[in-house]
Ligand binder design. Structure first.
Ligand code: PGA
Length: 236
């Protein structure tokens, strides 16, 4: 829930030229709903795609305050983030609701950035893998693998300045990859698993050095053009 229209335009006009030559990474920006229209217009001539931060699962109707997958697609979104920990904790979204949203998003051709991750209490009580397994199995129930990107975001690392160590990130990503292989077989090797949680220009190279980390979901550090561009241009 950041940036007004003038701030959004200043950001994108500074950011897009910095990443114009990037051809080996998919760059996606997920602004709030109020910025999707101006952002879609600005992104037309760039190598940057647009995402929604959330959506409801119905196509249209009496769901006051909600935005549908058809609306996201109509405004130019190719992606949508679903299951973000803030949606789960602040807005009480359940695995079952997230599963419905994922199915609806895929039905409208959106690529899904599906977030999973444990809280600090869950990690400290040794339940990290149980939580990840439950979130993956319930969220992806009866969903084919195409168009699904997983984002592993340990809740304790989001917006806190605490990043998982590379060992912790790799361990969780490897676990997720193995669960995806249980569900989807060999296709799991091709699925992208992003790391999220206090990613910065300073730690992106280490994060991306993990074998099972295929990209990053960036919050705070994505809001300044230079900082996000450095993250996009990580080096291994
Ligand atoms: P952060 O946010 O990079 O600021 O920790 C990540 C997120 O909101 O998913």
């Amino acid at each position: 829930m950041n940036k007004k229209i003038d701030e959004c335009l200043a950001f994108i006009d500074a950011f897009a030229p910095l990443v114009r030559d990037v051809a080996d990474a998919d760059i996606v920006i997920a602004p709030p709903y109020t910025l999707l229209h101006v952002m879609a217009d600005r992104l037309k001539t760039t190598n940057i795609s647009l995402a929604g931060q959330n959506m409801f699962y119905e196509e249209k109707g009496a769901f006051t305050g909600e935005i549908s997958p058809a609306m996201l697609s109509d405004i130019g979104c190719e992606y949508v983030i679903l299951g973000h920990s803030e949606r789960r904790t602040i807005f009480a979204e359940t695995d079952d609701l997230i599963n419905k949203k994922i199915r609806a998003g895929r039905n409208f051709g959106l690529e899904i950035i599906f977030c999973v991750g444990e809280t600090l209490a869950e990690r400290e009580s040794g339940r990290t893998f149980d939580v990840l397994k439950r979130q993956l199995q319930a969220g992806l129930k009866d969903i084919p693998h195409g168009g699904i990107v997983i984002a592993y975001e340990p809740v304790w690392a989001i917006g806190t300045g605490k990043t998982a160590t590379t060992a912790e990130a790799q361990e969780a990503h490897e676990f997720i990859r193995t669960r995806l292989a249980d569900m989807y077989g060999t296709a799991a090797a091709e699925m992208r698993i992003l790391y999220g949680g206090s990613v910065t220009p300073e730690n992106i190279d280490a994060v991306m050095s993990c074998a099972d980390v295929d990209g990053a979901l960036v919050g705070g550090a994505s809001m300044k053009a230079e900082s996000f561009a450095r993250i996009v241009k990580f080096s291994k």
